[in-house]
Ligand binder design. Structure first.
Ligand code: ARG
Length: 463
């Protein structure tokens, strides 16, 4: 392996060496090394533009681009190790380049600062990572939809206050989860749209005196435009906060699903069973099947919230333009991306292989009087004011409780003792399947309405 030790490139003014303890504290290479590809892409575009604009010779420009490609290949293949003592990835690559191609390498940084360079790298990295996450979120929606399609008729209790409330279907519940993730995708792509501007050419803070072609560089790097103010271009880290806030909310969604899966897999609910491949055992209790993935996701949400709060706090009160505080942007953003992505990687196959227990759901739905609203609606549709009907249905429920009956098994005489409006068709009305069937509004649980929703969701995740 070829090891190259990066020399300090800014040692012009100072006479003495910096203290090792400062070097260590100051260095960001241990974490910004993951942006080496983005750094090289940014430098190559900058160098090519310098050549096109006649700011450096085309021979130098070509030598730089070629040298950078070689460095990229060598880092990728492991031939060139990134020096852990380098100040940052930008310094490392520039020094390695000069070491390889000599004089021309020293011209790369013409009309550029690490301030616009690092801002560019991080935006490029974020764009890629956002895409990656959206693909994963779509995959998660995909596996949820696969289950949903099989369970549009699977009756389960819908809950409020974790008390059985009204009948829904499993598909209806799963599609609710999908909607959360659809919003996450849209929030991430929103953040992606706003950050899609190239900082290159902003220089240290005040742009530069060289006739750079900022638009050309932006296009070359795949940005849709340029940052419109050089001070803002180097000091804006809104996108880090925006992405982390979208990720924090996404993590909240993941914890809500996880919590429900944990409940559903308990013996108390018994609505679902995890596959052996995605649940764990206990070292002492032979019967245990633990939902570790869900619990870890619940726990990891705190990290991402911390990344967000850390970033907001780091940015708070910072004067324009660049301040070294901003070097702290990267670890938080990377951790947010890594954590969110790892959670999705574990959750997707776990959800894919989960087995839902339709029978248990159906029997849970049969207890708890979840058709009591339908009983009140029955009377309302026959002309009784809803508040009165509500009170009659309430009395019927309490009568059932006393008699140990359900609304379905309570004799007609008992109904009719409360209201003459009741006739035999009440039993058909109270059937859970028909309660669901009647909730046929857009967004409701009827198999038809959910079928429409599934189609919509499928369209949303189809490229
Ligand atoms: N490693 C630095 C960072 O990530 C690069 C920018 C350094 N700029 C400076 N003026 N010292 O923020």
């Amino acid at each position: 392996m070829y090891k190259y030790t990066a020399a300090k490139l800014w040692s012009g003014r100072s006479a003495g060496e910096t203290d090792k303890r400062l070097d260590e504290f100051n260095s960001s290479v241990s974490f910004d090394c993951r942006m080496y590809k983005e750094d090289i892409a940014g430098s190559a575009a900058h160098a090519e533009m310098l050549g096109r604009q006649g700011i450096i010779s085309s021979e130098d420009s070509e030598a730089i681009v070629k040298g950078l490609r070689g460095i990229c290949d060598d880092i990728e293949s492991g031939v060139l190790a990134i020096d852990p003592a380098a100040e940052d990835i930008h310094m490392f690559i520039e020094s390695a380049l000069t070491e390889r191609i000599g004089e021309a390498g020293k011209r790369l940084h013409t009309g550029r600062s690490r301030n616009d360079q690092t801002a560019t790298d991080l935006r490029l990295y974020a764009k890629k990572a956002l895409n990656c996450l959206s693909v994963k979120l779509k995959a998660l929606i995909g596996v949820l939809l696969k289950h949903a399609k099989e369970h549009t008729e699977t009756v389960m209790p819908g809950y409020t206050h974790l008390q059985r409330a009204q009948p829904i279907t499993l598909a209806h519940h799963l599609c609710a989860w999908c909607q959360m993730f659809l919003r996450d995708i849209s929030r991430l792509s929103d953040a992606g749209r706003r950050l899609d501007e190239s900082p290159l050419g902003c220089g240290a803070l005040a742009s530069t005196t060289y006739p750079l072609d900022r638009e050309w560089v932006a296009k070359e790097l795949g940005f849709s435009g340029i940052c419109r103010n050089s001070l803002d271009g180097v000091s804006d880290r809104d996108y880090c906060a925006e992405i982390l806030s979208a990720l924090a909310l996404m993590m909240t969604h993941l914890t809500r699903i996880s919590e429900e899966i944990i409940l559903w897999c308990s013996l108390e609910f018994g609505f679902a069973e995890l596959s052996d491949a995605f649940s764990t055992g206990s070292s002492i209790m032979p019967q245990k099947k633990n939902p570790d993935i869900c619990e870890l996701i619940r726990g990891k949400a705190g990290r991402v919230y911390g990344d967000l709060i850390g970033t907001l706090t780091m940015l708070k009160s910072l004067p324009l333009a660049y301040n070294k505080d901003m070097q702290e942007d990267k670890e938080a953003l990377f951790d947010g991306f890594d954590t969110a992505s790892a959670c999705l990687d574990a959750l997707i196959p776990m959800v894919e292989t989960i087995a839902f227990q339709a029978g248990r759901m159906r029997s849970a739905a049969a207890r708890g009087f979840i058709n009591a609203t339908d009983c009140a609606d029955y009377l309302t549709k026959k002309g009784m004011p809803f508040r009165e009907a509500y009170s009659v249905a309430g009395k019927l429920v309490s009568e059932c409780e006393c008699l140990g009956k359900t609304l379905e098994t309570l004799p007609l005489e008992n109904y009719q003792a409360h209201s003459e409006m009741f006739s035999d068709d009440i039993y058909q009305t109270l059937r859970l399947e028909s309660c669901i069937q009647r909730r046929d509004l857009p967004g409701g649980p009827s198999p038809r309405a959910v079928g429409e929703h599934i189609k919509y969701l499928e369209d949303c995740i189809t490229p």
